[in-house]
Write a protein that binds this ligand. Structure first.
Ligand code: PLP
Length: 416
């Protein structure tokens, strides 16, 4: 099917959850995507942080090929080697003790929330005073299922689905005093993204993260770090929390873990894991043989190719290039982020929308988050020449937007 037919069919057949950009991608190789006419696009978004090894990586192809010939699915009623082999790697990388496998980010987060509530129930049964309240941060994003949406701040994502999970309260981002004021023995979980993604690429401060750890340690509440977007190397460490020197009780991984194959993981401490016993939580598909084999291939490739180092180096270069660009354009407000999770805030939403559209015309894929922020989540295999290409193009687009903005309206009309 070609783009126009796809659009007509989808408009009639699909539930209207997405406002898609009118391009149909049919192939990919490395850092490039190909549309139905064979045009190549530089992919600086990697399917919202998923295709960490780029497109068509031979290690992923080999894992899919090999595992699909052996065994695709068994359910969680039986053993297969994949979960244990993947859990060995993930626990070593994250410093946490146990893993629950699922199929997506929101499911991993849901597992974390359920664990927090179950752990509080367990502790109460053991005589500890621990309530059921959950603290999350303003501008947070944790997913689209009911629990995840309940801890997600944006009204547009929550409002129509109310009533949501009870007992969730939002703390002002990075505001230690607000956290201290809202924290008590009634709280069973403090939730945060070490680097807020959908919220506009905002790393949480060391002081705030440390305060959340200190307070939760005082009562036994769990500290949940959502690393679905920031984890698995994206910021130059396996988990962004490692840059803060803080170990949470629970973390969640998904997006890049399967390099394009859906898989999520909730990791927790031995202590927190006491709260779940057989039958309390589960999934049919989670941690299936195919997804595990691919995730193992992603991790082993990252280790073999020393990609964490590469992410740190290319991320630093990208950040510096964006900063010099921002210094030359008054419409660029700030550059933020870590590793290859970067954002450039522009002065207004219309301009950000315009820039994303012009970048796409120039065949470079980025997106806009939090209205005004240009977001870059490129594949980890990105090279300097791709960054140069993107920054040069951005420079040209911002320059011509500034020129257009300075022209009198009548002249702008004449140029339109
Ligand atoms: C921090 C964070 N948590 C959770 C999610 C939800 O993940 P998924 O879309 O795989 O359910 C996302 C997705 O963007 C995310 O960025």
């Amino acid at each position: 099917m070609k783009l126009n037919d796809i659009r007509t069919a989808e408009a009639k057949l699909l539930v209207r959850t997405y406002d898609r950009t009118p391009i149909s991608f049919v192939g990919g190789e490395g850092v490039h995507l190909f549309d139905e006419n064979g045009a190549a696009y530089l992919d600086l978004l990697s399917g919202i942080g998923v295709c960490a090894l780029g497109h068509g990586h031979p290690a992923i192809q080999a894992a899919i090929d090999e595992q699909s010939r052996k065994l695709m699915h068994t359910s969680n009623l039986f053993y297969h080697p994949g979960q244990a082999e993947l859990a060995l790697r993930l626990t070593e990388m994250t410093g946490l003790d146990r893993v629950f496998f699922c199929n997506s980010g929101t499911e991993a987060w849901e597992a974390g929330l359920k664990l927090a509530r179950a752990y509080a129930t367990l502790r109460r049964s053991e005589g500890t005073r621990l309530g059921t309240k959950i603290l999350a941060l303003e501008h947070s994003f944790h997913g689209r299922t009911m629990g995840a949406v309940s801890t997600t701040h944006k009204l547009a994502y929550r409002g129509p689905f109310e009533p949501l999970l009870t007992g969730v309260e939002f703390v002002r981002f990075d505001d230690v005093a607000d956290l201290e004021a809202k924290f008590s023995a009634e709280v069973c979980a403090v939730c945060l993204e070490p680097v807020q993604g959908e919220g506009g690429i905002h790393p949480v401060s060391k002081e705030f993260f440390a305060a959340a750890r200190r307070l939760t340690h005082q009562t036994g509440a769990l500290l949940l770090a959502d690393e679905i977007q920031s984890g698995l190397g994206r910021t130059g460490e396996w988990c962004a929390y490692q840059q803060y020197g803080i170990l949470p009780d629970v973390t969640t991984l998904a997006k890049p873990l399967g390099g394009g194959i859906p898989i999520g993981a909730m990791l927790c401490t031995e202590e927190a894991a006491r709260a779940l016993s057989p039958g309390m939580h589960g999934t049919t598909f989670g941690g299936g043989p195919l997804a595990c084999a691919v995730a193992i291939a992603v991790i082993d490739t990252m280790r073999r190719d020393n990609l964490l180092d590469h992410i740190r180096q290319t991320g630093k270069y990208f950040f510096e290039q964006l900063q010099s660009l921002a210094a030359n354009h008054s419409a660029a407000v700030e550059v933020r982020g870590k590793g290859l999770m970067l954002g450039m805030e522009l002065s207004n939403a219309e301009l950000a929308k315009h820039v994303v559209a012009r970048m796409l015309e120039r065949r470079i894929v980025i997106n806009r988050t939090s209205e005004t922020v240009l977001r870059f989540l490129p594949p980890y295999i990105l090279q300097r020449q791709h960054i140069d290409q993107a920054v040069q193009t951005l420079d040209e687009i911002l320059s011509s937007a500034a020129t257009a903005a300075n022209l009198p309206a009548a002249v702008q009309g004449a140029h339109a």
